[in-house]
Design a protein around this ligand. Sequence first.
Ligand code: SAH
Length: 211
Amino acid sequence: MTSQRTRDRLIDRLRDKNIQNESVLEVMRSTPRHIFVDEAMATRAYEDTALPIGLGQTISQPYIVARMTEALLDGGPLEKVLEIGTGSGYQTALLSRLVKRVYSVERIEALQQQARLRFQELGLRNIRLKHSDGNWGWDDYAPYDGIIVTAAPAKVPKPLFDQLKVGGRLVIPVGEQEGSQNLLVVTRTEEGFDSKTLDLVSFVPLLGGRG
Ligand code: SAH
């Protein structure tokens, strides 16, 4: 159930759903998703569905991960990317193979520790993790070429606007209503911010404070 054939079928499905970025498809083909979920869920790891990762959190649906990553990379190659909501670390691992350096913030320390072990197992060395409230971003390494948020706030936290480079992109689900948010792509221009809605999505809420 975790064979290369099963994984390839997931990639075929993402293509059918109009994911076109070949680099994104290739890293998703070659990154094992089953090591990012509990063993009991491993047989379902290559279904195109979100799965529980404990502590009330979920690993995002592969299609949404692909869509967000594609949107983030759309403007060309990226050096520094900030991720809010490390969770299982799956999205982080994909990014680490697509951009130069990934900075990822998670509020639940137990999830962050598990993710760190997985990155070690996969030999991924260009990832820095911080246990903190992502509503504040991560000022130390700002500005970022890209910011991706994998939990939904009611509105975009101001520090994330501030920490985005001119020309950079922010991909973020936004909305008050649990289970139905707008997936926004915000581009910073010399004059301000351009925002467009990509999709309707369902994310866990971006909470305040550290877990
Ligand atoms: N990209 C992850 C998604 C995990 S779900 C994956 O595919 O596994 C969203 C994550 O955001 C959860 O781990 C949750 O704990 C975290 N989160 C929620 N609010 C947060 C906040 N304010 N700061 C940092 N992380 C937060």
